[in-house]
Design a binder for this molecule. Structure first.
Ligand code: SAH
Length: 363
């Protein structure tokens, strides 16, 4: 039996919001303000060894070393695309792996971050979806990706954007994702304003409604992909539970800030959702919504039973939307040569069965 007295369980420092760290310090007889110094070391300076936090007293460093632990994702592989995009394969404390992507100059520097190992949503065209859900990431692991990328790219002091568009469905890991955004926003850490964060979701309705109430509110992107339930149900299994009309109604109620819009992502699949009639239906669906459509031509991959439409079809689809007053952009695919593009993030050897995937997606 483990003797809790002699071997107290270490507190994971990297999982704590600053106020919780203050509480933990106060309980141990230390001043609360040291939490700010610790946040600066960990996030702004990238120091995760408490012994190296030299402006803390010896006594405090001893407490931290004895009762706290910091875990940082380990960089396993870093790959660079010809277009400057970089993909990072990171190993977590339990040996599971996730991928994070750096996309330079779009126009800002952007980190594409994962929120789960794998994903339960099983969208028909997405490679991550083929993995099924392995597990949720903790807030510290979500922020840990930012710590590693900011360090590796020397961007810790620079402005960067974050898109929660890596592996996983952020709203399916709601609490840890929101906690991660609070840690990232802390003025003594990265100080990342929520307007620099975009959360992309397949439309988990109850969580979307909850998100509308959050004090720290990221930009919203909704993976719509089709204007009708018949089409979307074939692509996004969750649509059988939360349909197009419900999602759009929730978006109409969503508090969108001034000069901001909800992005609707639309993966364009040849012969499935790419006709001018589809574009007209989509434009009608979004009428009156402060929105923009991001058309994402499919990134094809082995095992994905769809093809990318021709450039002509892509242009016609975008033009049909634009003619009807919809703000539209076509996502330039980045990092395809290193499989870092949308829907291409997958870590081998962590698969689950398809049945399990769907059970989780629909639960
Ligand atoms: N689960 C969230 C976050 C993942 S974001 C969501 O679905 O929004 C990943 C984005 O890439 C989504 O819009 C997704 O639909 C898109 N995507 C997935 N597979 C793709 C593929 N093969 N080609 C292009 N885009 C893809």
């Amino acid at each position: 039996m483990i003797d809790q007295q002699e071997h107290p369980v270490a507190i994971a420092l990297h999982e704590l919001e600053r106020l919780s760290l203050e509480d933990a310090l106060a309980t141990r007889g230390h001043q609360r303000f040291h939490a700010r110094q610790i946040f600066r070391w960990l996030y702004r300076r990238g120091v995760d060894d408490v012994a190296a936090m030299t402006d803390l007293s010896r006594d405090l460093r001893d407490t931290l070393a004895r009762e706290f632990a910091v875990s940082t994702p380990q960089l396993v592989v870093r790959e660079r695309s010809t277009d400057g995009t970089e993909k990072f394969l990171l190993r977590l404390a339990d040996g599971r792996q996730v991928e994070s992507v750096f996309i330079p100059d779009t126009p800002a520097q952007t980190f594409c971050i994962s929120t789960q190992v794998g994903c339960a949503m099983a969208c028909a065209f997405c490679l991550t979806g083929k993995m099924g859900l392995v597990r949720n990431l903790s807030a510290g692991e979500i922020v840990g990706q930012v710590r590693v990328l900011a360090g590796a790219l020397d961007l810790r002091d620079k402005a960067f954007n974050i898109v929660l568009m890596g592996m996983g469905e952020p709203l399916h890991n709601y609490d840890e994702t929101m906690k991660a955004l609070r840690i990232l926003a802390d003025a003594h850490g990265f100080g990342l304003p929520p307007r620099r964060v975009t959360l992309s979701t397949v439309g988990l309705l109850p969580a979307l409604e909850r998100l509308a109430q959050e004090p720290i509110m990221p930009n919203l992107a909704v993976s719509l992909h089709a204007p009708t339930d018949a089409q979307r149900g074939e692509l996004v299994p969750l649509n059988r539970k939360y349909g197009v009309a419900d999602i759009i109604a929730a978006c109409r109620k969503f508090p969108v800030k001034k000069r901001s819009r909800i992005t609707f992502e639309y993966v364009l699949l040849a012969g499935v959702n790419d006709t001018p009639e589809d574009a007209v239906r989509l434009a009608r669906l979004l009428a009156g919504l402060k929105s923009k459509v991001n058309v994402i031509p499919l990134n094809a991959a082995p095992g994905i039973p769809f093809t990318r439409p021709s450039d002509e079809t892509i242009d016609r689809f975008a033009a049909t939307l634009a003619e009807r007053g919809v703000l539209v952009s076509v996502r330039k695919s980045r990092g395809r040569d290193i499989r870092a593009a949308c829907g291409q993030l997958i870590v081998e050897g962590q698969n689950r069965s398809a049945g399990q995937k769907l059970a989780i997606a629909m639960s």
